[in-house]
Design a protein around this ligand. Structure first.
Ligand SMILES: [Zn+2]
Length: 274
C-alpha cells in the first residue's frame, strides 16, 4: 500500500502553462545548466496525468495540494480541489494567510469535508510564525483540518525563507503540532536546522523532493531521531516520480515497520481511513 501525501495537479486548461511558468522560475534560480537535459516534470500536470502516473508507479492514493498565491483565486482553486475528489485522489484546500475572510474560508472547507489545507509561505510572502499565519494554523487545528506547508528554501523562488525550521519551532511554542506537516523533511536544504530545531517535536515531516539534495545518512538519522510514526511519504509529483522517492527510502535500510508507517499507516491514521 502506497499513499502519496504530496502531489500537484492543475486544471486542464492551465496545466501546461503553469508548469512552464514554474520551470522558468527554477531556471532563474538554479541556472540553465540545472534545467538542461533534466526531466523537469514527470506528468503533464493534469488529473489524468496524475492518475496515469499512479498506475505506472503503483500508488494507491494521492493527496493533491493546491496553492493559493493570489487571494482572488481562493474560491476557484477550492472549487477545483473539491471537484477532483474520487476513490484514489483527494485534494486539500488552500487559502492565503493574509486574506480578510480567512476564518470563513477555513470554516467552509471544514464543512465541505476537506481533510486539510496547503500553505506555501514562500509564495505567499508571509512568515510562518507571523500572527496572520499562526491564527490560520490554530483555527485549522480547532476545525480538525491538517495543515501541510512548504518548509525551507524553494528551488524556484528567491530568499528570504519564510518557513525555516527555526520559525517552525516558534510556531510550536504557540500550539501542539500534531496537525501540522512540514514538507521536504522539515526544511528543504536546511536539514542541519531541522536537526537543531524540529527533531522529536509533535510535527509531521514529509519526504517530498529531497532525494537528490539530502545526504542519505542525514536523512536516515532525521527519520530515526524524529520517529517514523511522524514521517509521511510524499513525492512532490510531477516534480519527482513516486517510484524514485520510494527507491530512495528503500536505499536507507529502514525497518519494515518504519517503511509501513511512512508509506501508508501514518497517512491512513491522519486521513481517518483506518
Ligand atoms: Zn510540492
Amino acid at each position: 500500500m502506497l499513499i502519496d501525501f504530496h502531489t500537484h495537479i492543475f486544471p486542464d486548461a492551465i496545466a501546461a502553462r503553469t508548469l512552464e511558468i514554474l520551470v522558468n522560475g527554477i531556471r532563474r534560480q538554479q541556472g540553465d545548466a540545472f534545467v538542461a537535459g533534466r526531466t523537469m516534470h514527470h506528468t503533464d500536470g493534469t488529473l489524468q496525468g496524475l492518475l496515469d502516473s499512479m498506475e505506472d508507479n503503483h500508488v494507491d492514493m494521492s493527496i493533491c495540494l493546491p496553492i493559493v498565491t493570489k487571494m482572488t483565486q481562493t474560491e476557484s482553486i477550492n472549487r477545483f480541489a473539491y471537484g477532483i475528489r474520487n476513490q484514489v485522489t483527494q485534494s486539500f484546500g488552500s487559502l492565503h494567510p493574509l486574506q480578510p475572510d480567512w476564518e470563513q474560508v477555513l470554516e467552509q472547507l471544514a464543512e465541505k469535508g476537506f481533510r486539510g489545507i496547503k500553505l506555501h509561505h514562500q509564495f505567499q510572502l508571509c512568515d510562518i510564525d507571523s500572527k496572520e499565519s499562526i491564527r490560520v494554523l490554530k483555527k485549522a487545528g480547532a476545525l480538525g483540518l491538517l495543515v501541510i506547508f512548504h518548509a525551507g528554501a524553494d528551488i524556484g523562488l528567491p530568499p528570504p525563507v519564510y518557513a525555516t525550521p527555526e520559525k517552525i519551532r516558534n510556531v510550536l511554542t504557540e500550539m501542539d503540532g500534531s496537525h501540522l506537516i512540514a514538507a521536504h523533511l522539515g526544511g528543504w536544504r536546511m536539514w542541519d536546522d531541522v536537526e537543531r530545531y524540529l527533531l522529536g517535536t509533535s510535527i509531521y515531516l514529509d519526504t517530498a523532493y529531497i532525494r537528490e539534495y539530502i545526504d542519505p545518512v542525514q536523512c536516515k538519522r532525521i527519520i530515526d531521531a524524529h520517529g517514523a510514526d511522524r514521517v509521511l511519504f510524499g513525492s512532490d509529483s510531477p516534480w519527482e516520480n513516486p517510484s524514485e522517492t520510494l527507491a530512495f527510502l528503500q536505499s536507507l535500510a529502514l525497518t519494515q515497520e518504519q517503511m509501513d508507517a511512512i508509506t501508508h499507516r501514518n497517512a491512513q491514521r491522519l486521513l481517518g481511513l483506518e
